[in-house]
Design a protein around this ligand. Sequence first.
Ligand SMILES: [Zn+2]
Length: 213
Amino acid sequence: MILLLEYYDEKVLVADFMCRLYERGLTTILGGNISLRVGELVLITPANVDKGRLTSNQIGVISMEGENLTPNIKLSIETDMHLSVLHNRTDISAVIHAHPTTATFFSTVDTDINTSLTSEAFAILGVPLKAPYAPMGTKQLANSVSEAVKKSNVVLMENHGVLTIGENLLEAFNRMEVLESTAKMNWIMKSFKSKNYGKNLSSNIKLSGAKLF
Ligand SMILES: [Zn+2]
């Protein structure tokens, strides 16, 4: 059992990033979830609460085996997915899942999001991977997404949304925000007919950009 004030600073951080996710329009009021590894434990956002007004006392704490150490808090339905991702990527601590409109649209079509349009996008996102569809809140979804994160820090969950990871919440959040911005740029690019628009970076520029991050 975890006391209310244990991991207080980290819980504040998780709640704050969840509120910012909602305020930035990257998810809907009940959608999306965030987890943060703290030592051997994981902090995670709850299910069915107003994500725009989340506070630290609503953040759940679980073991890496999935035991809920805050039984009074109903955990996110995607808790299995977060744990599987953290098990498969021991080098990262933060996981963010959201439903940003434009990037999520790209999860429903066969067209990939081109991340080679700007140096920032390529350096921060690399090449996003698509995880095959599985119903939300299921073990199959946890397996599908946690396989994809072995090869990319940015996963488009087919017909569902996006998952980003990072060494910390700032890095994972940045990937989410840059992905949505890049998806919008792809959308704009497709509205131009001229082939002079939307030129990809040359491989030299890609390499010099990648060194900055
Ligand atoms: Zn979702």
